[in-house]
Unconditional design. Structure first.
Length: 263
């Protein structure tokens, strides 16, 4: 049996356990998403310090828990902190949203180093450039690519047609069928995840998807704009897709809605 493993990780969620402990959901770069018990984390600030805060990259040491799924967090040291994101409400909202998506769409204990790198890249982009709608669209689409749920926007997800006329007039977004559905196939789309998808919104999503697949990903995204009816429609299309895959409304979207700032 493995005695212990070390490597970088970020906290996806943490909850109090007992009188002094914390159970942290981590995204470890080499082990994937896992839950770990941090003993006395609430009693002693010196043991883990800020290493268990959200938006923090830490070097952690983990031991498998004998006879259970819960790991033991032996140590954690901060490597890179993005605590300043919490001081700006827009950056906090985008970072929290990205963290929730990574937590909900990643598989348990499946190594996904590219997903780890993508989430850290989002934090770095927010710290450097502030909250940007185009970066968030690219992040969403890059994440879906990495977990095998990439939607189709440049062709019909049902029949494969790439005819601009069929996709730009009468097309819909159908989350259950995997993306844009052309006017010829739209009659077969039903359900809560179906909504009209105009040419402008689809163009935004096609551009964001290309940016998400380019070298540099989020650091190089510059699609301009990010406001207006087309941008709002593209945002709503992505939320419909993501809500379908997660299986429930995203808590951070509800939080952002209360603030009056959509992702």
């Amino acid at each position: 049996m493995i005695e212990s493993v070390r490597g970088p990780a970020v906290v996806l969620r943490k909850v109090a356990y007992g009188e002094a402990d914390v159970i942290a959901t981590l995204l470890a770069r080499e082990q994937g998403k896992l839950s770990a018990l941090a003993r006395s984390a609430r009693r002693s600030q010196r043991r883990f310090g800020a290493a268990l805060e959200l938006f923090t990259v830490s070097e952690v040491e983990l031991r498998p828990h004998r006879g259970g799924e819960l790991w033991t967090l032996s140590s954690a040291q901060t490597v890179e902190s993005f605590a300043e994101l919490a001081r700006d409400i827009g950056s906090l909202a985008h970072a929290s949203y990205g963290t929730e998506l990574a937590r909900e769409l990643s598989a348990a204990e499946q190594p996904e180093p590219e997903l780890f790198d993508l989430l850290v890249e989002l934090f770095r982009s927010l710290a450097r450039r502030g909250p940007r709608v185009d970066v968030l669209r690219a992040f969403e689409l890059a994440l879906l690519d990495l977990v095998g749920l990439s939607p189709a926007f440049d062709v019909c997800a049902a029949c494969g047609r790439g005819d601009g006329f069929a996709l730009d007039r009468g097309a819909v977004l159908d989350a259950a069928r995997g993306g844009a559905i052309c006017s010829s196939c739209a009659a077969g789309s039903r359900g809560a995840g179906v909504r009209p998808l105009g040419a402008g919104a689809r163009a935004i999503l096609v551009a964001a998807q290309r940016a998400a697949r380019a070298p540099g990903r989020l650091s190089a995204v510059d699609l301009g704009g990010g406001r207006g009816d087309d941008a709002d429609e593209a945002r709503d299309a992505m939320l419909a897709l993501l809500t379908h895959h997660v299986g429930r409304p995203l808590k951070t979207v509800e939080f952002i809605g209360k603030l009056g700032r959509g992702p």
